[in-house]
Design a protein around this ligand. Structure first.
Ligand code: SAH
Length: 348
């Protein structure tokens, strides 16, 4: 069912101010409503208690608030929570809350499904349905902030754009959501606590560098050999490692912030010494660190996590070459909430 009323959160603060002026009210009313919509995350106009009844009705007649709803929630034995989020048009995306000792990380989605065909990723099996709007991304963060307070007594501390979708293919809305997340009129979180993860689209990385964005950049590398990377991630055919590197060097020049490479070590794909050497050579060309991710199975025979010894070998050689490396512990894999397992498979 299509709704003719406009989503009020598609309006900027300035547009809201002008709307009120055009309706014979004070522009300042726009600021009040903006604060309700973003900072207080109001879900209905009736919640906006400092507005007159007439104003609330007027808003009701003109707009909707397309808020998300947590449709289902699953908790892992390690405390990780996976949410199935229902959007206003009944499509579903997933978000994950990952608690650790002193912090909570929100892993949020940027698209419904994904248009890229990374062969090892469960989300890739869902075709891309649509981009998420800025408010739909923002709402995922608000919900996880609430869950963090409820279950862990502290606020959300970090955000990673590592859920469903490719954030750089929904650039405008992702940037607009981040603006709201970091603004004191929104959640007031620090940009340095936000990480955007991408398959690596050079054109967009350069655009972000030009715009001097303040958040961190992670790139899903998985191989530093074109032939191998193209097999894992077909996007590498058109955006090869050399062009990716060029864009990352540009990013570093402009931002002075080092990049994180995400790297899954797969059995029989990138577990040879030549793979390790290629990664070392690549990292030496750009200030970076490496997060080694153990592979989370998605039921495809072809992809399996490499032996522990191979991962240790990666660590040893990277460290010997002065490259910072972490092994990323996978969280929530018992409920298919771990990296690459988000595929709208919730248990009833
Ligand atoms: N499209 C963006 C955002 C998704 S982030 C990107 O690709 O970076 C999800 C991360 O998990 C990526 O690094 C992705 O390569 C990795 N991933 C995908 N499937 C995985 C799996 N089954 N096991 C472990 N990591 C996986």
């Amino acid at each position: 069912m299509s709704n003719p009323k406009k989503d009020i959160r598609a309006l900027s603060k300035e547009e809201l101010r002008r709307f009120f002026e055009a309706h014979g009210d004070k522009a300042f009313r726009g600021n009040q409503v903006y604060e309700w919509l973003w900072n207080k995350a109001a879900k209905t106009f009736d919640n906006m208690t400092n507005l007159s009844k007439a104003t609330r009705e007027m808003l009701e007649n003109n707009f909707v608030i397309n808020h998300i709803a947590v449709d289902k929630m699953q908790r892992s034995i390690d405390g990780t929570i996976k949410n199935a989020i229902k959007l206003h048009d009944n499509l579903i995306v997933e978000s994950v809350m990952i608690p650790s000792k002193n912090r909570t990380t929100a892993c949020v989605s940027s698209q419904v499904g994904c248009s890229l065909d990374c062969n090892f990723c469960a989300t890739a099996k869902l075709k891309r349905m649509r981009n998420l709007n800025a408010d739909e991304i923002y709402d995922q963060v608000v919900e996880i902030d609430k869950q963090s307070k409820l279950y862990h007594n502290h606020r959300l501390s970090n955000i990673v754009f590592m859920g469903m979708g490719e954030p750089l293919l929904n650039y405008k809305n992702v940037i607009s959501a981040i603006e709201k997340i970091t603004s004191p009129e929104g959640l007031g979180m620090a940009s340095k606590r936000i990480t955007l993860s991408t398959v690596g689209i050079p054109k967009m990385i350069m655009k972000m560098a030009d715009e001097q964005v303040k958040f961190n950049l992670a790139v899903s590398l998985h191989s530093a050999i074109d032939e191998v990377r193209s097999k894992l991630m077909p996007i590498n055919d058109k955006n090869n490692l050399a062009s990716l590197l060029e864009s990352l060097q540009y990013w570093y020049e402009k931002t002075q912030r080092r990049i994180t490479f995400e790297y899954v070590v797969f059995k029989n794909h990138n577990d040879r010494q030549v793979d390790i050497n290629a990664l070392i050579d690549y990292c030496k060309k750009i200030p970076s660190k490496v997060n080694l991710i153990t592979y989370n199975t998605i039921g495809e025979e072809e992809f399996q996590t490499a032996d522990k010894q191979v991962i240790q070998k990666y660590v040893k050689h990277l460290e010997q070459n002065g490259i910072v490396v972490n092994i990323r512990r996978s969280r929530g894999d018992d409920i298919d909430a771990a990296c690459g397992q988000l595929a709208n498979k919730m248990e009833d």
